[in-house]
Design a protein around this ligand. Structure first.
Ligand SMILES: Nc1ncnc2c1ncn2[C@@H]1O[C@H](COP(=O)(O)OP(=O)(O)OP(=O)(O)O)[C@@H](O)[C@H]1O
Ligand SMILES: [Mg+2]
Length: 249
């Protein structure tokens, strides 16, 4: 019988992807991402995690291979998604880049961009969950790092993206802010059938939030497995060494 995770639909399918930067080459022979899962990407610095995320966000075209998203196929020669596909994808980076405006304007910006109505009833739970109710009028430039990242996440979620890409979003934050962000993303994942890819340097974070975990090393996927499997009995010896802290990076 299929596990609950395996039964979910496929959002992304990558085949024969190569991205060459000369010294560094990312190769993804085969990878499928599922609707409704949190897929954690672990790996040493320089492994290619952000490069893979930029591919998923269509920011970096591959040199060869193909990527399918929501049933549409993009080849390296034609790596330009339709606007309605691009508008289903959003990324939160380690350092939030906010507009130099009030918090509220930042949060509703994606809706304005998409010419969607601002539905306060739908946005309020996100704002409350992220603890932003008291600072909606504050200029974004005056926010603390944790507040700014919570605003960046609210802005990413207001339009209910089908794909949420997170590149070390909590790397610079304190435990309280980390807990708020992890709680928000995991409950979003449970309530929507979105695909979430979360790059983290912290394997304990992957244990807390991930459904599946992928170890990337030197531009290659070493192992993809369910969280339970990878942390208790990984298939690959390199994974075991990485998770034991035997690989220094
Ligand atoms: N635009 C680029 N031009 C040339 N080389 C690049 C470019 N982008 C990334 N690289 C190289 O690709 C390799 C992988 O980089 P990437 O940023 O994907 O690693 P990472 O796993 O995200 O690392 P970190 O954990 O430090 O963020 C690095 O050697 C980097 O220098
Ligand atoms: Mg990176």
């Amino acid at each position: 019988m299929l596990s609950q995770l395996e039964a979910r639909g496929v959002s992304y399918s990558l085949q024969g992807i190569v991205k060459d930067y000369g010294e560094f080459r990312l190769t993804v022979e085969q990878l499928e991402l599922r609707e409704g899962e949190i897929f954690c990407l672990l790996g040493p610095s320089g492994a290619g995690k952000s490069t893979l995320l930029r591919l998923l966000n269509f920011l970096t075209p591959p040199d060869s291979g193909k990527m399918t998203l929501f049933g549409r196929t993009y080849l390296s020669s034609n790596f330009t998604p339709e606007l309605q596909i691009m508008r289903q994808i959003t990324t939160v980076f380690q350092r939030p880049a906010l507009l130099n405006e009030r918090v509220w304007n930042n949060i509703v910006y994606p809706l304005k961009l998409r010419r969607q109505a601002v539905d306060k009833a739908a946005i309020t739970p996100i704002i409350e969950r992220l603890g932003l109710s008291g600072i909606l009028d504050q200029p974004a430039a005056t926010l603390s790092g944790g507040e700014a990242q919570r605003v960046a996440l609210a802005r990413a979620l207001v339009f209910s993206p089908k794909v949420l890409l997170l590149d070390e979003p909590t790397a610079n934050l304190d435990p309280e802010n980390i807990a708020i962000i992890e709680g928000m993303v995991t409950s979003y994942a449970a309530e929507h059938r979105s695909t979430i890819v979360w790059i983290t340097h912290n394997q304990f974070q992957a244990r807390r939030v991930g459904d599946r975990v992928c170890l990337l090393e030197k531009g290659r996927i070493i192992e993809v497995n369910s969280k339970e499997k990878i942390f208790s009995d990984p298939d690959n010896q390199r994974t075991r060494e990485f998770l034991c802290g035997d690989i220094l990076y």
